[in-house]
Write a protein that binds this ligand. Structure first.
Ligand code: SF4
Length: 333
């Protein structure tokens, strides 16, 4: 299934210019853009992965990761293929770096997705696994239907999108986990094939719009875990809000950086310590670490949510308040 895409204009010689993300690909007839999923067919830009999914699972919301948005609940998680980044360290490269014609995609219409999300106590739909913004038409149509059905919509994204498509989608989106890979533009250019500034703009715009935001930083040995870089990142997040949860994720060698080392536990611990100086909620992911997976009340420091794997103990919460000291916490329950 495919659909005429949004956000493009025609150029000379049947070329089209895609305006969905800051790459602004100029695409000749028969060719696809950098993301591989938007193709020029005889002068018309086609969204090739509309209603075509690569993975469908009911995941714990913690797996997105979102730790402050309906903790302990399940969410229908859908992904397709393609990405507008080409991160050399991609942890999902089997689906992000593949052409839609070379992957066994399953059909799932927006209404089928919403019907499924209405089962098994799911709080809604997460558009995840690969980059959801390049799936804009499907995400928009499905999210609109989901909203009418009182379901929540979640994006797990690299944040690399143009302002107009972002603003058109935001009213339908309840929560986002956005990757903030580094505060160095050179990192985005060299290792991801992208730019930092649009990502920053997406985080700021979405946060100011009122969407629940959590951030993830994949700590890659030798590339982005220097103390100076972490301090810069943490400082920026704290300026936006010290209450935004920041997840440091443990890296395992993958894709084109498969010869490197996983993030060491001491590196994760150092990142946690640096971030906790400025941020109220810091987490360590892809690693079994009790402190790094616990939510502490920023007022009394008592553990309010304890996570063991995906088992969630919310005994320290009274609604969205700390049961120990009564402080109101920025947690959607
Ligand atoms: S969404 Fe895809 S085709 Fe469009 S500009 Fe971005 S990478 Fe290029």
């Amino acid at each position: 299934m495919s659909k005429v895409a949004n956000f493009w204009e025609t150029e000379q010689d049947q070329k089209v210019n895609c305006l969905l993300c800051p790459h602004h690909c100029s695409i000749a007839p028969g060719k696809s853009g950098i993301c591989r999923v938007r193709k020029n067919e005889a002068g018309v830009l086609i969204a090739r992965t509309f209603a075509r999914v690569s993975a469908v699972n009911f995941d714990p919301i913690e797996k997105k990761p979102l730790y402050h948005f309906y903790p302990g609940q399940s969410i229908l998680s859908l992904g397709s293929v393609g990405c507008n980044f080409h991160c050399l360290f991609c942890q999902n490269w089997e689906i992000s770096q593949v052409d839609p014609d070379h992957f066994p995609l399953q059909k799932m219409s927006p209404s089928e997705a919403v019907d499924l999300a209405n089962t098994r106590n799911s709080i809604g739909l997460a558009y995840t696994y690969n980059e959801p913004f390049i799936w804009w038409e499907y995400v928009h149509e499905t999210a609109e239907l989901a909203k009418k059905s009182q379901l929540k919509n979640v994006l797990v994204t690299n944040g690399f999108v143009e302002t107009k498509p972002l603003q058109e989608l935001l009213p339908l989106i309840d929560a986002m986990n956005i990757d903030l890979k580094s505060m160095e533009n050179s990192f985005y250019r060299k290792y991801c094939g992208g730019e930092l500034e649009p990502v920053i703009r997406t985080i700021e715009t979405s946060y100011q719009f009122g969407v629940h935001i959590e951030l993830t930083n994949l700590l890659i040995p030798g590339l982005n875990e220097e103390e100076e870089q972490l301090v810069k990142l943490v400082d920026w997040v704290s300026t936006l809000s010290p209450d935004i949860p920041l997840h440091f994720s443990r890296y395992f060698p993958a894709y084109r950086l498969s010869s490197g080392l996983p993030t060491s536990l001491s590196m994760l611990e150092r990142a946690y310590r640096i971030a906790r100086e400025k941020l109220s909620f810091v987490y360590l992911g892809n690693v079994a670490d009790q402190k790094g997976s616990t939510t502490f009340c920023p007022s009394c420091q008592q553990p309010v949510i304890i996570r063991r794997g995906y088992a969630v103990d919310k005994a320290g919460l009274d609604g969205a308040n700390c049961r120990f000291c009564g402080t109101s916490l920025p947690i959607v329950v």
